[in-house]
Design a protein around this ligand. Structure first.
Ligand code: NGD
Length: 266
């Protein structure tokens, strides 16, 4: 490459890394680990985001001592200077070790195609946790990131699209590893919020159906409780008695985990 040629990133079909990625990542990490502490309970701002986080963190290990700069560095090292279609699960292992967190038993909530509803639920039931209520899920939620094999910069122009370009991209692999660890750490009764307004509320191809379900440990998790919710005003397309839920039920019975299901829990 001639010296005067500007560095050109490879072009992909997906949107590029989120602008100000590093600042957002660090800012979110500091909010989660520093701003929100059990002994600091500002009741006057009960409905703010920080208060919600405060209640989450008061139920888990204190995260105050976590070094956000180190976490950010481990995150970058997983994908920077690499082909964004050849990121491996191992690439994220150092990050997972650095930022591991445990959720109390009976408090884990999974979701599939019900992101908003599941988060509205854990917002109200303050002691319940989705993946996005844990540190790494919280810092990465809604962001896009990828690197490039020829550069130590992030690619802000474009990133691989998981359908059109590749499945093993920096974002997809991250969520896969994190979801797997979240499920492995779950214990007691776990919950999942599923979408009954779709023809298949349960899908084996989703992260829930393909990763989380298979990484629950039967010696720790005794029951999976499903809630099949459908949009108000629409007639349901799937329910607890539908064939997709029967598939889930049979997977759980083979895995020796009790399964219960409820339609449109209030
Ligand atoms: O293969 C993929 C893919 N599949 C779905 N999505 C994907 N993104 C990729 N890059 N590659 C996107 O993930 C999809 O557009 C949604 O924005 C999001 C969740 O997909 P959805 O609604 O189909 O549900 P899943 O069962 O696949 O995943 C939700 C469960 C939930 O229990 C979380 O603990 O898996 C965890 N999770 C996985 C992936 C992403 C969370 C996220 C997240 N916060 O973005």
């Amino acid at each position: 490459r001639l010296w005067h040629q500007p560095l050109k990133h490879r072009e992909w079909n997906g949107t590029g890394s989120t602008a100000h990625f590093q600042d957002i990542f660090l800012g979110r990490c500091y909010i989660y680990t520093q701003l929100v502490q059990p002994e600091f309970r500002p009741y006057h701002m009960q409905h703010t985001f920080e208060t919600k986080l405060l209640i989450f963190t008061s139920h888990v290990l204190s995260l105050r001592d976590r070094d956000c700069k180190k976490i950010e560095e481990a995150f970058r090292n997983a994908f920077i200077s690499k082909d964004p279609c050849e990121v491996t699960e191992e690439d994220y292992h150092p990050l997972m070790e650095l930022a591991s967190q445990t959720v109390p038993c009976d408090k884990t909530v999974f979701w599939s195609r019900t992101k908003e509803l599941a988060h509205q639920y854990t917002w109200v039931r303050q002691e319940m946790f989705t993946l996005e209520n844990t540190l790494l899920g919280y810092v990465a939620d809604g962001l896009t990131w990828c690197g490039d094999s020829g550069s130590s910069e992030m690619n802000y122009q474009s990133c691989p699209d998981w359908r059109k370009d590749c499945k093993n991209n920096s974002v997809t692999v991250f969520w896969k590893v994190l979801s797997k660890m979240f499920a492995e750490n779950a214990c007691g009764m776990v919950q999942v919020v599923l979408n009954g307004s779709l023809s298949n509320a349960f899908s084996k191809d989703s992260t829930f159906g393909g990763v989380e379900v298979h990484n629950l440990h039967p010696e720790k998790v005794h029951t999976l409780q499903a809630w099949v919710m459908h949009d108000i005003g629409k007639s349901p397309s799937d329910s607890c008695s539908g064939s997709s839920i029967m598939d889930l039920k049979s997977i759980m019975s083979k895995r020796n985990i009790k399964f219960t299901c409820q339609d449109n829990y209030r």
